[in-house]
Design a binder for this molecule. Sequence first.
Ligand SMILES: [Fe+2]
Ligand SMILES: [Fe+2]
Length: 301
Amino acid sequence: MSNTQGRAPKPLASEHIPLKARNVSFSWEKTPLHWLPNDPFTTHTINVLHLLLPAGERWFVHVYKQVLPLIRDERLREDVIGFIGQEAMHSQAHDEVLPHLKEQGLDPTPYTAQVDWLFEKLLGDRTLPPGKARRWWLMERVAMIAAIEHYTAFLGDWVLNADELDRRGADPTMLDLLRWHGAEEVEHRSVAFELFMHVDGSYRRRARTWATAFSALVFLWQRGARFFMENDPTLVDGRASFTDFYRSGRAGTLPTTGAMIRSIPRYLSRSYHPSQEGSTAQAVAYLASSPAATAAEKGAA
Ligand SMILES: [Fe+2]
Ligand SMILES: [Fe+2]
């Protein structure tokens, strides 16, 4: 099936753990609009996650359900099913922040309507005949998801280590949402790449879809941050610029520009495997102490 299966890079360590969805819930009543005090730019740059992830992660699930019949490896199939469960929960948890933003005077609907169109129509199934064209489009999307998951793992690892957010008094509920999600991204970081290598694995496709996914993420992110800054009812002349992003990276409240640039050749390296990034032990430790994850655990017991 795969044209590179035998040569696929292997995980660094035998870190495999069974994936499970945690049925978390968050209450947003006490979370202020600027949940990172006195820093609307960082708040809104991170808030872009709530705009992109509900539709984006629903799309992951939609695509992966179509790939399940192509998986010829039982363990990978279990991982993909666990991944689907986790991503469905992430999508829902971020979606539940949006009414809270609306109550605070920041209606996200004009932006989320565009994001929904992007994932449901532009990146949807299209009316393709069964056969080559349909499979090509499915593989393109599987490869795009692997590229996006390189960044969700990158961000997950970042937020688990972003102590500056704690030092600056970030809202504990928002931090827990970000770190619960980030920890599960680190936990399942190898699944999308291993699935891509299993069903296709073409290096050209990996590079091509990385370029598409990366450009789209940068475009959507800067547009989303601008949208929030311009529509924030408490700001007179809200703006978002690359300089603000660079400064927040230096301050430790966002990833640094350098770290983002350095992540590019890593994904494009032929020896890349997601297990080289982040720490499963750290992710699991956070999930064992996360208020939302531990409450979900007790609820499930
Ligand atoms: Fe996720
Ligand atoms: Fe993910």
